[in-house]
Structures are given as structure tokens and as C-alpha cells.
Design a protein around this ligand. Structure first.
Ligand code: AMP
Length: 397
């Protein structure tokens, strides 16, 4: 079976053609600069193919056409015809509180995604463009939407409600939603398999350029660090994370910024990038800086480790204890120093790493010491596989 997984952004579109049953990726790539000029990077790993092409992409429809053309290209492609694509799975950022799971895309589903645009103003319109482009280029092909918010919809009201007047919840749907849900769902499923039981108290640390944590009990999300938007929670590459709203008010008043300008600063110019005095949002650069004695880099890393540890502690309290801690995404999978610092902070809770096991990068591994009270795992995330599996399941039904 072949599922085409699409992650459409405003000017880019990532794709993978994969077998949902084996997880094998036949081809993957990226369309960039949609609406400007257009560039396609395409790889077929098993055939050692990597191609880069300039292709005009005025809209997402031309981008999808370019993807289909290269997938069936006799020289660089991996299928003979687009008939071999069984279905398309789309990553969709915001499902509001309507979607607790993935769904087949029909008019009602598209309208619901449209209704969530006020909640996901940057991503949902782009996701819709990707869906409509596929409809145009592959009419009648089954399509499925997989929502970044869906996994978190099991949170209880005490976790998702903000302590603000009720009308903002009832009329405007302002609440904690949480993101990276497909990743949290994937690592949760793996952690349950690896631990051999589902009744575990689990905290997932998805630490990448964007970072979020989730508290999970019996496989169900109980709390998560991102909120109405992905700006909330721990400090990230360029996002501030949790902040007193009065900070925004002060800056807007003093520097004559609009709300949008201030939010742009908090989303794109803050986080570890800001704490390192603009040096980098990339943890490799920050570690190199810290090693050469740059104090701002040390502070940026310290602050990140500190805030992640605080969230794990809070979530252990929310879950009534902790059986399993999972690290995933770019930094979680590849950053032994970050993992070690966080776990050192959590030593009082019986978290103990095995320093040698912790050297692992990008591979699934148990990294806690044998006498650790909490099992600590590195689990590489695979959101595309999750999307492909949901798509296959719904289409096969
Ligand atoms: P993601 O958003 O999941 O792609 O993660 C991107 C982040 O992962 C960047 O800050 C990278 O610096 C970080 N990362 C990737 N590889 C490594 C590595 N080998 N060591 C430390 N951080 C890494």
C-alpha cells in the first residue's frame, strides 16, 4: 500500500510516499518558495536518488503536480502511475475541540478546518490549500486529515480551561489545545509497547526547535505544555514559552508595538535565540558556544533545561508519580547533554541516567540506569508514519 503524506505550510510542502504497514519510505521531499518561484528537492532513499529542480509553483496545486510528476518519473520516480497512490494523509495543525481523532476529508471536514482558522491563523489556511490542491490534481483520491491537536483532547477541564471569564471559553473557544499531538501519540504508543503495559504514568518531552511536553496516563493525554497556540510552555528555539502577559503589555506601550508585532517578537525572536543574545536558535551552536565559555549560551541552555525539568516535576505531580520519561525530536533524540542536565535536576524523583547508554543519538534506546525508579527512553518520533497509518486505517474501513 502507498500513502502520500503531505505537510503543507504557507510557502512550503513536505511529502513522503510510504507503506503504512512496513513504514518503508519510497520517496520523500520538499517543495519550497511556493508563490515566489518554486524549488523541489526529491529523494528516493532505496535507489540512492537525490534531485533538486527549479519548477514554477505559483500555488500549492503546481507544487502537488510537481511532486506527482517526479514520483512517476521513469528516471527518478518510484511508481509507474499515480493510480498506485492509495490515499493521501494531511497533517493539519488545528482541529479545535471538534476533532478527537483523524477523519476522512469531505466538505464537512473541510468546513470544520476552515472554522478553526481563527485558532490556527498561520497553519490551517496552508493545510487547506494542500488539501484543495490534491483534490484538484487527483480528483476522487481518498484523503484523510490528521490533527496536531487531537491527541490532547482527552485532557480534563482542569487542565484545558484558562482561569478567565467563561464567555471566552464558551463563545470564543479559548482554551488549552496543545500541539505536536501526532508525535506525542506516536511516542506514547511506542513507550507502552516498550514498557510492556499501558497503565503507565508517562511524560513525553518533544524537544526540538519547537518543544512541548505531555503528561499521559493509561495512554491518554492528561496535560500538555503548549496552549491555545504553540507559543506556550517551555522556552523554544525562537519562542518565549510561558510569559506574564504584562511583559507584552509593557513592551507594546513603551515601544509602540501592535499586538501582532509583539507576538511576532515572542514567536520568532525570543527563546534560546534571545537568551544567547541572538547567537543561534540551534542547540548545536549553543553547546559549542557554551563550551568556549560564552555565558549567554550557558544561560540559554540552563534556562531550557530548568524549565523542562520544572514541567516534568509538575506533570509527575499531575499524574501522581512517574514511571516513564521519554525524549524525542531533534534535541531529545540527539542531545545527550540536554538529557543529562534535565535528568540530573530530576534525580530527587528517582530519575537516574546510565551515562554510557545516554550517549545514543537518533536511535530508540533505554538510557536510564538499572536502578533508576523511572525508566528513561529515547524514542525517535515518526509523525509521518502515524499519519500514514491513520490514513490507511480510515481508508481501509
Ligand atoms: P527539530 O525541530 O525536531 O528538527 O529539532 C531541531 C533541533 O534539534 C535544533 O535545535 C538542532 O540543533 C537540534 N539537534 C539536531 N541534531 C542535534 C545534535 N546532534 N545535538 C544537539 N542538538 C541537535
Amino acid at each position: 500500500m502507498n500513502i502520500l503524506v503531505i505537510n503543507a505550510g504557507s510557502s512550503s510542502l513536505k511529502y513522503q510516499l510510504m507503506d503504512p504497514h512496513t513504514g518503508e519510505v519510497a520517496a520523500k521531499g520538499l517543495c519550497e518558495r511556493i508563490g515566489l518561484d518554486g524549488r523541489l528537492t526529491h529523494k528516493a532513499p532505496a535507489r540512492g536518488i537525490k534531485v533538486e529542480r527549479e519548477i514554477p509553483m505559483p500555488t500549492h496545486a503546481e507544487a502537488i503536480s510537481a511532486v506527482l510528476e517526479i514520483l512517476v518519473d521513469p528516471e527518478n520516480g518510484v511508481i509507474a502511475s499515480t493510480d498506485e497512490i492509495d490515499a493521501v494523509g494531511h497533517r493539519v495543525l488545528h482541529g479545535g475541540d471538534k476533532f478527537i481523532q483523524s477523519c476522512i476529508i469531505d466538505e464537512a471536514c473541510k468546513q470544520a478546518i476552515r472554522d478553526c482558522i481563527p485558532l490556527g491563523p498561520l497553519h490551517n489556511p496552508a493545510n487547506l490549500m494542500g488539501i484543495e490542491a490534491c483534490e484538484k490534481v487527483m480528483p476522487g483520491k481518498p484523503q484523510v486529515a490528521v490533527f496536531d491537536t487531537a491527541f490532547h483532547m482527552t485532557m480534563p477541564p482542569k487542565a484545558y480551561r484558562y482561569a478567565i471569564p467563561t464567555k471566552y471559553y464558551e463563545e470564543d473557544h479559548l482554551r488549552r489545545y496543545g500541539f505536536h499531538g501526532t508525535s506525542h501519540r506516536y511516542v506514547t504508543r511506542r513507550a507502552i509497547e516498550l514498557m510492556g503495559r499501558s497503565d503507565i504514568r508517562l511524560v513525553n518531552c518533544h524537544l526540538g526547535n519547537g518543544s512541548s511536553l505531555s503528561a499521559v496516563k493509561d495512554g491518554k493525554c492528561q496535560d500538555t505544555s503548549m496552549g491555545l497556540s504553540p507559543l506556550a510552555g517551555v522556552p523554544m528555539g525562537t519562542r518565549s514559552g510561558d510569559i506574564d502577559p504584562c511583559v507584552a503589555q509593557f513592551i507594546m506601550n513603551k515601544y509602540g508595538m501592535t499586538a501582532d508585532e509583539c507576538l511576532n517578537m515572542l514567536n520568532k525572536k525570543s527563546g534560546v535565540l534571545a537568551l544567547s543574545n541572538g547567537l543561534s536558535s540551534d542547540f548545536r551552536d549553543l553547546e559549542a558556544g557554551a563550551e568556549s565559555g560564552n555565558e549567554a549560551c550557558c544561560l540559554a541552555l540552563d534556562k531550557f533545561d530548568y524549565e523542562v525539568s520544572k514541567y516534568v516535576g509538575a506533570y509527575a505531580a499531575a499524574l501522581g508519580g512517574l514511571d516513564c520519561l521519554v525524549f524525542t525530536a531533534g534535541v531529545g533524540e540527539n542531545g545527550p547533554n540536554t538529557r543529562a542536565a534535565i535528568c540530573r535536576n530530576l534525580g530527587f524523583m528517582g530519575v537516574k541516567l546510565d551515562p554510557e547508554r545516554n550517549q545514543v543519538r537518533g536511535k530508540e534506546a533505554l538510557i536510564s540506569a538499572d536502578d533508576s525508579q523511572v525508566k528513561v527512553w529515547v524514542i525517535p518520533t515518526n509523525e509521518e508514519l502515524m499519519i500514514a497509518q491513520d490514513t490507511a486505517e480510515l481508508v481501509e474501513k
